[in-house]
Design a protein. Sequence first.
Lengths: 479, 220
Amino acid sequence: MSFDAVAGVLLIPALAAALLAALPGYRTTARINVVATTLTFLCALSLFFHRPPTGSYLLVDDLNATFIVLTTFVGFTTSVFSASYIGHELETGRLTPPFVRFYHAMYQVLMFAMNLALVANNIGLMWVAIELATLTTVLMVGLYRTHEALEAAWKYFILGSVGIALALFGTILVYMAARPVVGEGLDAMVWTVLVKHAAAFDPSLLDLAFVFLLLGYGTKVGLAPLHAWLPDAHAEGPTPISAVLSGLLLNVALYALLRFKMLLAVNTAALAPGPLMVTLGLISLVFAAFMLYRRRDIKRMFAYSSIEHMGIITFAFGMGGPLANFAGLLHMTMHSLTKSAIFFAVGHVAQVKGTQRIADIGGLTVTHPVLGWGLVLGVVAIAGLPPLGIFMSEFLVVSSTFARAPVLAIILVFGLLVGLAGLFLRLNGIAFGEPRGPQGKATASYVPMFAHLAIVFAAGIYIPPALVAWFQNVAGLLG
Amino acid sequence: MSRLDFDIAHLLAGLLVLISFIELYQDRLYALLNVYAAHALVLAASVAWQAFIQDAPHLYLTAAIALSFKAIVIPVALHRIIARLGIHREIEKVVGVGTTMLAGMGLVALSMVVMLRVTHGADPLAREDLAFALSVVLLGLLMMVTRRNAVSQVVGFMSLENGLVLAATGAKGMPLVVEISVAFSILIAFIVIGIFLFRIRERFDTVDVQALDRYRGERR
């Protein structure tokens, strides 16, 4: 029997979810969770070497292979972090064993849903997978059952459902556009078939479809002004989920948008999706940069930083062209790695201090040097200072924009600088100065955090030519 | 397609828009739930008619889901939850009825103008179905933003979703319609179970915007 990597990335999480739902006991289940995500990651890696043939439901090409490897890698490191995080939550009694069992099962369901959305060749299947991912994250956000957590879950639920509903309307419109050309039935929802015939589709119908898809999936990406659910959901859920939300789920929604953007690019009479994405991206960037200033909750602050960076990535993909797409892909990768590393640090900080209020956290580099400096390094990276990876990608975004639209580049740089200042203003109080809050010992797993930061650091100095070639290739696909 | 087939499909879709309007001006929760049940009933009839004229037996399944789940199970469950949790029976509106109805008319006009202009290539039934469906979707959204009470927001979402099912069944030969309607039913079931399990009673009992205000972002 031949080995099928796509089946692997889908079946391993699905089986692990069933197994974890059945097994009691925190230690074994946390280990099984890690083992399952490791195996999924290895399966994903094998996609680089061997691809299954494209079917009418599943598809693997260079674009989504990149996303799948990134998703499964961060999923793997987060599960390592989650093991120590959840252990602490059990000790302090914030979570009870049944909830932990539920949490582990849901973690795997989420991995399954994200992988399914990424490998789906059928736009209907992709929609169902993103809906499943939304549902599982809603359940995870409400895990602590506090008033705030339920409130955040409810808000996420309603806004996410409306987004999902609009995306479905857009999907139906794409089918309507495809039907006269491709014919009735399954083929008219298969992405590879659609992209082959998209030039002949009715352009006005495609335009309308893209507007709905942009609003729908854009809600899930967290683009301003559709972002209202995002900070609450990040702040109130368990921190591993904040890391996965920020680092992965936003990317998956953006991936869905990119697929439809590629569809419109084929049809010359349809509207250019680029300017719409550029506008939403810039609004998100500038808005989130200003919002960083008045944050009192540490996880909310980094949630706004995620909106800012999703704005930059959407902007880069909206600009299009080989260089901007390359920068967008690189920035997306770097942001996923850095932001999840920051959430790993923040999760342990919040556990040590027993609070997420910025005012109650201080002098971390003195009391918890490893954790504190890890956080500082993460924030330096996310703020886009050289020589780290995000500096590289932001520099590429800015320089490619300067060549084509100097006015937009000025707004972009303005937003970046405002965001940078905002982050450092807050970081100063958190990491340096008078120690505040409890100073107990941290029981943390530092490996995932520093592994991510090491990759980001290395990428800022040297990216292997093979990786550059790969990204260039994918950037070319995006058009 | 005969003239009669078209007329009946048209009538049912139009009826759905009309019932969406009726939902807009309800000011009692129980009455709203009854109107929603009628909404789902008409949807079921419309989907069944589409199944008949398109000769697509799998759509009968979608119709059956709409009839049993949306028209019966969900309204009954919400009735009982409202009674059990003692939620306020009155609906607090953000905007007055007159303004809401005017806005609703504007939205219907908008969706007619947009959809009929955009889809001139498509066949007439699918075209008008889509225009009606977009109207129902937009009216559902309008209902969600003009209500403070969470249960009526959920009803708004559910009628929005009915509009989507109308669009999906109107698009002739669309695959995965049954799967999508099942996925949506799961979503709605989750919402309703969520209301009951979380027992976020204070959220429903007070003027909800206050609860949101309290949690407008930052812990203080």
